[in-house]
Design a protein around this ligand. Structure first.
Ligand SMILES: [Zn+2]
Length: 362
């Protein structure tokens, strides 16, 4: 399949986000209620657009749910953009909640913090907090069609993948199903959003928030489809060094995803290829994997609930997770604004690549 055969020019749905809300939808997706609340408190600063509406028709879910993007900050295309993504896996709703918490803080700062008001003239913020509303409403990893959105892209792994986990085409009744009809609507929304709202800009950084892997918080760089370094490994390494030098006591593990497993159909691999073929501008995507086993370790009872494997279910721990990533998110925002000061140049690109390969791939 050609890489972009399915990408259509972005159209918006003319109805507003709030038109899709009602008591039942807010019960299924409290994150939508949070978005409505943020819109009300933002004094018109937040721009919300409904990019698509999915008419979910499965037995357990019969609702029309909007695919929504929120933006604020500098509209001009000269400004770089930072994009926060959450809820690709419906069960990992802590990812959505963490970025909505951050958005709450930004909306409040925009009211009184003069430095932050100035910062808003230099950068575009995008938030896509609920990519997979069907999965979130049902409490499943996959979307309402049973497709795992992180196994759904046309990119095939170059190496042997772990059985099932690496993506499978046997059945939607098994986990990690890739789907058979190309990109699902939710993924088309994400890809189209990035193409139209982000890629025309001179620099983009994206962070996609997940949970469920191990005891530590991890920041992953692409690829998932092969073990060899990505084309932009020097840029990823420059960002990693900047983070380590600025926050030496941080306890994230910053590494290639391929260190842990190889998969088919990774969406960020697909987007990296779209960027490579159609846009020459720097675009970096990171995945934040929150170490949810920590929450389980402290509360073994969570082992017996599927939701509990991916989300903290004690209030003080939930609160701690909301605070935990603020420094990282602020850092990534500042790095986006100052991208020209740290991205590799002709002189240091080769040595950065060399260091990256030594550090991550040997
Ligand atoms: Zn995930």
């Amino acid at each position: 399949m050609p890489l972009d055969s399915q990408v259509e020019p972005m159209t918006f749905v003319s109805r507003s986000f709030k038109d899709y809300l009602n008591d039942e939808v807010e019960r299924l997706l409290p994150e939508y209620a949070t978005i409505a609340q943020l819109l009300a408190q933002s004094d018109g600063l937040l721009v919300t657009k409904v990019y698509d509406v999915v008419d979910y028709t499965s037995k357990q879910l019969k609702h029309k749910l909007p695919l929504v993007g929120l933006s604020f900050g500098c509209q001009q295309l000269r400004a770089p953009a930072i994009t926060f993504v959450g809820g690709i896996h419906g069960i990992e709703r802590i990812g959505s909640q963490v970025i909505l918490s951050y958005l709450h803080t930004l909306v409040e700062r925009a009211k009184w913090d003069s430095n932050f008001k100035h910062l808003l003239t230099q950068v575009r913020f995008n938030f896509l907090p609920v990519i997979n509303p069907g999965g979130m409403a049902k409490g499943t990893r996959a979307n309402d069609n049973g497709v795992d959105l992180m196994r759904n892209s046309p990119v095939d792994a170059k190496e042997k993948v772990p059985w099932l986990v690496g993506g499978q085409e046997f059945s939607r009744r098994l986990p990690w199903y890739r789907g058979k009809n190309g990109l699902e609507r939710e993924n088309l929304f994400l890809v189209n959003f990035l193409k139209t709202e982000c890629l025309p800009r001179p620099f983009n950084l994206v962070i996609d928030c997940h949970s469920g892997f191990g005891l530590n918080d991890r920041i992953w760089i692409p690829y998932a489809y092969r073990r060899r370094p990505p084309k932009k490994v020097a840029s990823y390494f420059a960002l990693y060094q900047l983070w380590q030098q600025t926050y030496p006591h941080n306890n994230y593990i910053f590494e290639p995803q391929s260190k842990h497993y190889i998969t088919h159909g990774d969406l960020w691999d697909h987007i990296a290829k779209v960027v490579k073929y159609e846009f020459q501008k720097p675009f970096l995507s990171l995945t934040l994997e929150m170490g949810s086993w920590n929450w389980v370790k402290k509360r073994p009872r969570q082992l017996f609930s599927y939701k509990g494997l991916f989300n903290p279910d004690v209030e003080h721990r939930w609160n701690r997770v909301q605070r935990r990533h603020l420094v990282l998110f602020d850092f990534l925002t500042q790095a986006t604004i100052s991208y020209l000061n740290w991205l590799p140049n002709k002189k240091n690109k080769k040595s950065l690549r060399h260091s990256a390969v030594n550090h991550w791939y040997r």
